[in-house]
Design a protein around this ligand. Sequence first.
Ligand code: ADP
Ligand code: MG
Length: 399
Amino acid sequence: MDIHEYQAKELLANFGVNVPLGALAYSPEQAAYRARELGGEKWVVKAQVHAGGRGQAGGVKICQSDTEIQAASEQMFGRKLVTHQTGPEGRGVYRVYVETLVQIEKEFYLGFVLDRVSQRIMIVASSAGGMEVEDIAAEEPGTIVRATVEPAVGLRDFQCRQIAFKLGIDASMVQQVVRIMLGCYRAFTELDATMVEINPLVVTSDHSILALDAKMTFDDNALFRHPQISELRDKSQEDVLESRASDRGLRYVAMKGNIGCIVNGAGLALATMDAISQAGGQAANFLDIGGGATADRVAKAVRLVLSDQNVQTVLVNVFAGINRCDWVAEGVVSALHEAATDVPVIVRLAGNNLEEGQMVLAKSGLPIIRASNLKEAAERAVSAWRNDAAFRALPVLPT
Ligand code: ADP
Ligand code: MG
C-alpha cells in the first residue's frame, strides 16, 4: 500500500526525521488559509497523488501570496495529474500540501528498499538528488552509494557516517544525516514498510538537513498489525477494480487486454497469461481467488471481472488442490445466472471434485464452454474473443 507525501512526512517526523513546516488542504481557499497559518512569505503548493515526478508535471508550485496559492491550487484540484509515473490516465488531485519554501543548497537521494538478493534492507543514496533513482542509475551511476543492514544488529551509526561521508556531506552536518537515516530505518522496520524514499534530502542554506519529499510503501500482508497505517489508505489513488477486489479479499491486477482471467495462485495466473498470449490474445487482468475459495467468493470474482468494460471473454482456469471444483463451478454459475451476460465464458477445471464440478456446469443450462487443459482453454478463450470460425464450431454446454 502506498501513502501520500504528507502522510509519510508525518510518520517519519515521529521517528526524528526533519521535515519542513507544512499543512494539508482540501480546497484552494483552505490552501491559502493554511499558508497564512504557517506564516512566512514563500510557500510551495504540492499536489498529493501516489506518484513521483510531480515537479516536472506542474504538481509542485512556488507561491508568494494568497492569490498565487489559490491560483496554483485551482490549477491542481479536481484535475488528473499526469506524471511519468502515473501512466497517461493520471491520478486525481483532491488534496494539496502547503509547505514553507526551503532555500536549497544541495539535493541528495536517500532510499531504503528490500533487497531480495541479499535478503536485507538496503540503503541506496546518491549526491545526485532530485532526479528519479532510475535516471541517477543511468546517468550518474558513480554517485550511488549502497549499504546493506545486518538484521541481527540493525543499522549502526558508523554505517550511516560512512554513507554520509561518501555522499560528501560536511562533517558538521553528518550527525543530522545519521539521525535521519536511523529514523528512516526504524520507521521501515517498525511499520513493516517495503520502501522509504526521500528524494530530495536537502542541505539548506542555513545548514540544516531536511526531507523535502517522502514516499513510503507498506507490506499489505502486515497491515493488520498497523491499523493506524491502514487508515491512511486513499482509494481515490487506486485502480477502481483493484480496490474493489482487495475489499473482497481477492488479488487483482488490471491489465491492457480483453480476456478476463480467474485463476487460483499466482503461478497459475502467470502461466494462464502466458498461454493466452501464446494463443494470440492478451489478458485483461490477473485475478487470484486464492485457496479454499467458496462459491460466494468465486461469484464475486466473476462479477468483478465482468464489470470491467474491456472484458470481452472470461477464462476461468482453476487447478483445485485446496479448492473444490464444485464450489468454483457453483460460483461461476450463480454469477452468470445473475449477470445474464453475453460475454463468452470458458471454464477449465482440474483436481478436487472435478466430476461434481462438471455436473454443476452441465446442469446450469448456461452456454459455458469447457476446456480440458490449459492450452485448449487459452486457445478457446482467444477464439471466443475473436469470435472466429473455430469458436462458432465449439460445443457449448449443455450439449
Ligand atoms: P516530485 O518528486 O513528485 O517531483 P518533490 O516533492 O520531490 O516532488 O518536489 C520536486 C522538487 O521541488 C524538489 O526536487 C525540490 O527541488 C522542489 N521542492 C519541493 N518541496 C520544496 C520546498 N518545500 N521548498 C523548496 N523546494 C521544494
Ligand atoms: Mg521527489
